[in-house]
Design a protein around this ligand. Sequence first.
Ligand code: SAM
Length: 348
Amino acid sequence: MPSDLLLRLQRDRDLPDRDWTTLLREGAPNLAALADQKRRAVYGNKVFIRGLIEFTNICKNDCLYCGIRRSNGTVTRYRLEEGQILSCCQKGYELGFRTFVLQGGEDAFWTDEKLCALVSRIKSAHPDCAVTLSVGERSRESYRALQNAGADRYLLRHETADNAHYRRLHPPAMDPKNRKRCLWDLKELGYQVGAGMMVGAPFQTVENLIADLRFLRELAPEMIGVGPFIHAPGTPLASYPDGSVALTLRLLSILRLLFPRVLLPATTALGTLSPEGQMDGLRAGANVLMPNLSPPLAKENYMLYENKRTEGTEEGKNLALLKKKVAAAGYRIVTDIGNAAGWEEKGQ
Ligand code: SAM
């Protein structure tokens, strides 16, 4: 039987601050089981996979937590060539991936013209696949051009909905209002949009997380990326403790109850902090995994944080192993474009 708290959460899709605090700090009886029930009602036992291609680690930004921030002089910088990216997609396609996620730093080399050409080449080669971009803050016109070139989805974590918290995690040149503006632009343009935050980011309070949940409710994204903060050597926040796996799992369950149709990845960061983290994430309500299709040079140097997992089931090429692991946890990896439930019916 769900507790009164969970019944109210599902009915009102919000709670008084006091109740949010209890739920976030302590969880509630059957929280994960109820979330799992909800995800099964919408997605059955399907798990969607996305092939992640980390195509550049060159970034103009200097986010205080991020291993590939501009000022981290210890990073070997790289940029994949178009041919390498297309060959990652081809290999991924053969393995059964039907979504490619191009993620990278904010790298000025990738102008609209070049990125549009890349997206349209991927779409011509694989018309039955979705292209997701995760390349940071750009103008509305740029997002429109990329969409016209074929981009279907866009991941841009809001990082934290609280402006004061945002400013403690980013240099003065970065403006929380612009990040939110980007998300609203993407939404209005008709992308499937992904927002999200790090759990246990330095200086994060429970009030910040409540603000995040309320912001997400307002934005109503199709995808939500939440993973634990993990300290990154060579950054100003390297000495801060890693986020909590338990709190991340609670948040995944809460998000599934708030957004039954949302595409919710069990992130690599979760798998980095706990060997069973990603399977526990699925059991808590997540329904997406994002194995890595990047070539070794990229994987080794796209180190957002310490000990990022780059082997075993994190590797796209080890999909057979991941399938077994997921099956043992009671779910099933499918070959599917993996849109958010109801997306096609919306006429998008
Ligand atoms: N440049 C793009 C952007 O800004 O969205 C995409 C790349 S960025 C590195 C992708 C995400 O990595 C960020 O949104 C952030 O939440 C996450 N990230 C960065 N550093 C991290 C860390 N130390 N621990 C956990 N996640 C981190």
